[in-house]
Design a protein around this ligand. Structure first.
Ligand code: ZN
Length: 493
């Protein structure tokens, strides 16, 4: 389908005004329920900016764009990666040379206090996604939120001066939140977006967790890797000493965790079992837990500083956070995502509730922790334990989980929990998935699964919604089905 033929630009803007009664300009729609979608530069270039905006309005009443403005990753930038089918729109070609970076234009004056060199994404020479999309989105009655995340290429100039230091004193190819180069880079980007463009808000995401959770392998990502636990850089050691945390005992505790994981991986279960041995490490070296808190405080201090900076510059504009999918699987990570505490420095939370890919991802999480902390249990027992502590209802047994996905009931429960958790003015805009790539025989999105998830979101009291992860991976029939649920929920609201 050729979107260029879909509808002309001025006609689209006029249609938006006619249907929604919104004049050009944002004031009149400030009370509208946010119906957001995540979208990257490539979609506007492939399909034409006005065509895309008109189509999003037409298919799902979208009134807020979460523009992928900074990332080096493929999750929210670029087209589908090789090996996953291209959807039924956009250029039918893989962008294997995807690079990433800042998809707008970095202004050097905002990055004076960081070693990390801001880089304009070289993917689309001469193109600035905010400069292109923002005025046209406003003309269509849509708000624009800059959406940026902590995903770098290892070779970004100056990044090495911000790296975490792992348990064995080696630099890790990820940034330490307590390193001033990291903090000043995020503050620079915050200021750059808000001062250089009249955008409507910001959303930042960090899909990372602390050293204890890393040591346990408590996520849907890679298996347990205690050797890479961090951070033990001079800034973190200094912060620990200030907090009165015994650094030597923390290190000893993580080394003990490493031996524990290695022996379990080698099929040698300790005589006392996996769990008791783990708990002994914790009670003998409670600094293991203190180090997990220290890591989280580094991230939370970053959130607080970004929020403060954003509101100094633009008090009326929204700033919020993407909350990683691990929140749905691991009680350890979930305990660290306290929505009430978040509310002090959040205008909105995008709590990720990807239900289709949630199936295979949950299965990977269960296998990961069944190899470490819950090695005393069977896989089925670990599955049951996880569902119960996460307050889920009847989800699929482990062997069916990758093909069944998680249910709309999971979305309903997670939405309710988030709405009940936030306080004050903080809004909950769940991240609902459409067509996140999964393995060959794993659950795919369907019109019905998209429809049911969106319906559940609003039935549970969500204040808005963010269709995720990116338009360039969504099939139009699934997006339209989400749109049907959005319209029905608007009528019953
Ligand atoms: Zn550090």
């Amino acid at each position: 389908m050729n979107r260029r033929e879909f509808i002309g630009s001025s006609a689209a803007a006029a249609a938006a005004t006619a249907v929604y009664g919104w004049p050009v300009g944002m004031e009149a729609q400030s009370a509208a329920r946010p119906i957001g979608i995540q979208i990257g530069a490539v979609s506007f270039l492939d399909e034409g900016t006005d065509n895309v905006l008109a189509a999003l309005r037409d298919m799902a009443d979208i009134n807020m764009l979460f523009l992928a403005t900074f990332t080096y990753g493929r999750g929210i930038g670029g087209r589908q990666p090789h090996g996953t089918p291209l959807p039924d729109h956009g250029k039918q070609e893989y962008d294997d040379n995807y690079h990433g970076g800042n998809f707008a234009t970095p202004h050097p004056q905002y990055y004076k206090n960081t070693s990390i060199v801001p880089e304009k994404a070289p993917d689309h020479p001469g193109y600035d996604v905010i400069a292109d999309v923002l005025p046209r989105a406003h003309a269509h009655g849509m708000k624009v939120i800059c959406w940026f995340e902590d995903v770098f290429r290892k070779d970004v100039a100056g990044l090495d001066k911000a790296f975490e230091i792992d348990l064995h004193g080696r630099p890790a190819a990820r940034v330490c939140y307590r390193n001033p180069n990291t903090l000043n880079f995020w503050l620079g980007l915050t200021e750059d977006y808000l001062r250089s463009y009249p955008v409507d808000g910001l959303m930042f995401g960090s899909e990372r967790q602390g050293p204890l959770n890393t040591a346990l392998g408590a996520s849907h990502g890679g298996a347990a890797t205690p050797a890479t636990a961090g951070c033990f850089c001079p800034y973190c050691l200094e912060a620990a000493r200030k907090e009165g945390i015994n650094v030597e005992r923390a290190t000893r505790g993580y080394l003990a965790l490493e031996r524990w994981v290695d022996s379990l991986k080698g099929g040698r279960k300790p005589a006392d079992g996996a769990f008791v041995t783990f708990w002994r490490i914790l009670v003998e070296q409670p600094e293991v837990l203190a180090w997990e808190r220290l890591w989280n405080e580094g991230l939370r201090d970053t959130y607080r500083a970004m929020y403060r900076k954003a509101h100094e510059i633009a008090p009326a504009k929204s700033m919020g956070w993407h909350i990683w999918h691990t929140n749905s699987f691991a009680p350890f990570y979930r305990a660290e995502q306290d929505y009430a505490a978040f509310s002090e420095y959040s205008d909105f939370l995008k709590v990720v509730m990807y239900h289709d890919s949630g199936g295979p991802r949950m299965a990977r999480y269960i296998r990961n922790v069944n190899a470490t902390l819950f090695a005393d249990l069977t896989l089925d027992q670990t599955t049951e334990l996880t569902y119960r502590v996460q307050q889920y209802g009847a989800e699929a047994p482990l062997d069916k989980l990758p093909t069944a996905g998680l249910s709309a009931d999971y979305v309903r429960r997670e939405t309710r929990r988030a709405v009940a958790g936030v306080t004050g003015k903080t809004r909950v805009w769940p991240g609902i998935e459409i067509d996140i790539p999964t393995g060959e025989h794993e659950k795919k999105s369907t019109p019905d699964s998209a429809y049911q998830a969106v319906k559940a979101t609003f039935e549970a009291g969500a204040h808005g919604i963010i269709l995720s992860r990116k338009y360039s991976e969504m099939k139009l029939e699934n997006l339209r089905a989400a749109g049907r649920a959005i319209r029905e929920s608007a009528r019953t609201a």
